[in-house]
Write a protein that binds this ligand. Structure first.
Ligand SMILES: [Zn+2]
Ligand SMILES: [Zn+2]
Length: 150
C-alpha cells in the first residue's frame, strides 16, 4: 500500500464518519495501518505516546473502536480464560462477539491452511477462529455497539 492510498483510506474514513483529522487519529492510524503484530490497545498506546506523551489510554480505546466500527481494522476477540476443548477431531471455532459463545465447526477437506506459513517454522497446533454474531444474538445485535477492543 502506498503512502497516497494510506492517506486516501484515512481521509475517506474521516469524511464518511464526519470525524476531524486530528493528530491523535493520524498517529494511531499510522501505527495500525499495515501492522502485522496484532498489537493490544496497551501496545498501541505505548507506541503512540512516543509522539503524544499526554495521550490517554481511554482515547486510544475510543479511536481504535472508531476505526474498528468503520471497518478499517479488524480485531481478534480474546478468550477470557483458557478454554478446554473436548472435541478431539480437527475443527474450527466460531466465536460470538456478543455473547462469547464458542461453537465448533467442521473444517472441510481441500484447504491447506499451513500452505502460507513462513519458511522455517514448525506447525504444532492449528486454531481456526471465525468471529461474528451467533444466531441467537443476531436479532438484538446493534452495529454501533461493538465492544470488541475492550
Ligand atoms: Zn451470541
Ligand atoms: Zn472446539
Amino acid at each position: 500500500m502506498t503512502a497516497a492510498t494510506v492517506n486516501a483510506d484515512f481521509d475517506a474514513f474521516c469524511a464518511v464518519r464526519n470525524l476531524r483529522r486530528t493528530t491523535q487519529r493520524m498517529v494511531i492510524f499510522g501505527i495500525m495501518n499495515g501492522n502485522r503484530h496484532h498489537p493490544s490497545v496497551e501496545e498501541v498506546w505505548a507506541e503512540a505516546r512516543r509522539s503524544l506523551p499526554s495521550l490517554s489510554l481511554d482515547t486510544v480505546y475510543r479511536i481504535l473502536q472508531e476505526f474498528h466500527d468503520g471497518g478499517l481494522f479488524g480485531c481478534l476477540p480474546k478468550y477470557e480464560k483458557v478454554r478446554f476443548d473436548g472435541n478431539r477431531a480437527p475443527h474450527g471455532h466460531f466465536i460470538c462477539l456478543e455473547c462469547g459463545e464458542i461453537t465448533d465447526f467442521e473444517l472441510r477437506d481441500g484447504v491447506d491452511l499451513t500452505a502460507g506459513l513462513p519458511d522455517g517454522v514448525r506447525a504444532e497446533h492449528q486454531d481456526v477462529r471465525i468471529s461474528g454474531i451467533c444466531r441467537r444474538c443476531a436479532g438484538k445485535y446493534n452495529q454501533n455497539n461493538r465492544e470488541c477492543v475492550k
